[in-house]
Design a protein. Structure first.
Length: 195
């Protein structure tokens, strides 16, 4: 079978992203290529579903009606941002200072509590359908260096992340449902690097 230069480069890049030195079996390039490529792009948060031992309940971390976006880049980088709805607006300060005036401290704390974001790299294991985010920096500094793994499935055009935790009888299940965003039409007058 003849492989074009571009296809050969894609296979090489994919093998570098999803294999580790010392793997016993060769990777299934076709499956990796298809599964990983399907995640690439921008996704809009549709729903966060949370259930615990007592049944469905509000997610203790996110507020009802939260919105967000997650982006997977083909180079291996990712970013996620989730915000509560109806965030209180306040004047943008002219200077960012580490110790806000007392009147601004409560507003800043509220802004922090209604916004979540991190960026880093990602990889996907097609044998387990697990996507792992390797956090490089987060709005919560203690998350820097963390690895977040979650089962990822594509269902009816939606990307669904599932994380299970806790033992028998105490299990919690968090599902985040994302919907692919369409490509944005580029305005030739606003191309980066041009006036």
């Amino acid at each position: 079978m003849r492989v074009s230069g571009g296809a050969a480069m894609l296979l090489l890049c994919v093998s570098c992203l999803w294999t580790c030195p010392g793997d016993a079996a060769p990777p299934d390039f076709a499956r990796i290529k298809t599964a990983g490529r399907q995640l690439i792009g921008a996704w809009r948060l549709v729903a966060i579903e949370y259930s615990g031992p007592q049944g469905e309940t509000m997610d203790p971390y996110y507020q009802a009606g939260s919105s967000g976006i997650i982006i997977y880049d083909s180079s291996g980088w990712m970013s996620v941002q989730i915000t509560a709805q109806n965030r209180r607006k306040w004047e943008v300060p002219s200077v960012r200072v580490p110790r806000p005036a007392e009147r601004d401290a409560a507003l800043k704390a509220e802004a922090f509590d209604t916004y979540y974001s991190y960026y880093g790299t990602w990889d996907f294991d097609p044998t387990t359908s697990v996507v792992t985010h390797h956090v490089k920096s987060s709005v919560i500094p203690a998350e820097t260096g963390a690895d977040y793994a979650q089962t990822a499935i594509l269902e009816d055009g939606r990307l669904i992340f599932t994380v299970r935790s806790g033992g028998p009888g105490m299990e919690t299940v968090r599902r985040k449902v994302w919907e692919r965003l369409p490509a944005v039409a580029k305005n030739p007058r606003t191309t980066p690097g041009q006036p």
